[in-house]
Ligand binder design. Sequence first.
Ligand code: GLA
Length: 387
Amino acid sequence: MPDSAPSVSSSPAGGTGPSRTLDLSLAPTPPMGWNNWNTTNDGPEFDEEMVLATADFFVSSGLKDAGYEYVNLDDCWALPERDEHGDLVPDPVRFPHGIKALADYVHSKGLKFGIYTSAGSHTCSPIGFPGALDHEEQDALLFASYEVDYLKYDNCHNEGRDAVQRYTRMRDALVATGRPIVYSICEWGQNDPWTWAKGVGHLWRTTGDISDNWASLLKLTKQNMVLAEYAGPGHWNDPDMLEVGNGGMTDTEYRTHFGLWAIMAAPLLIGSDLRRVTPETMEILVNTEVIAVDQDPLGVQGAPIRSEGGLHVFVKPLADGSRAVALFNETDEAADISTSAAEVGLPEAASYEVRDLWAHTTEKGGGSLAQNVPAHGTALYRVVAAG
Ligand code: GLA
């Protein structure tokens, strides 16, 4: 478990120069925001109007007040060729006023702005956009000149070169700009980033790409839920962005998605088109009691304490001494799941307060917690010893 600072260091050229230090305080809790990829992919609706409307909606809808902060661009924001100075060029059709104007607008709303590129010769889109491999310093300076606050750094077209060196070189380039930039490593868990990426990036993908279906959600959950010991303030496991509201799952499944991401202290990056969001989706996304579990300052990733026959009990210790508890039923039939105050690690007490984070109701009980959980559902509680 990487509890100490990583030994990774490098010069900007990836050699043996002075090492640079990532400011872990930039992500004391998992980043929250929005990214276009899960709803647009490389389609034409990814444009200036969408990004500005998203920033507006963050403010008008209560998402900003609920803690969502970053408005992030994914792949396809640039042209396929660099300019004569070797700089990336914003796509003038998608973004007629450029990227700096977008960042300024997002900042004017009291929000933060993020951008994307790949630690390879090209990004992942088959359209063929330039990546930052061997352009790390120039691209980092360009991003800093845009005043970006967040970089997602992908892994396509990496030419088989060493991942630790590639991701560290961009870390160094970002730090050298002097601008505080949250650094999101997106190498899909291929090189076990949880073993080396603390201090390189603030978060790292632990999985391949999410898809908007139950099988994908289940697969990513299982890959991420065994990595709890590697996460903490400033260094988070990232099982990919949210699909909540994209239409491929039921609201029960989306509540499971959101609730499990929260108990696993995952980044909460909305991946739907907020111009078309339904009240049901908003009710999930702005559930401040669930968000508080994700954003708890203790920064522990919750994990299953018991998993049997597709029925799981997840527990996350919280800063105030309470426990978040998720009863997760991955099976196709409703099932009873139960646990107890003692099993989730609470001290012995005469009674316990059990807050249902979906129903927003509180009950007092003697320490046993049992629920009939629907197929693919997740009951989510905050439990504290009374008195
Ligand atoms: C990869 C990443 C995705 C997205 C796309 C963009 O697949 O894992 O999250 O950024 O590239 O092309």
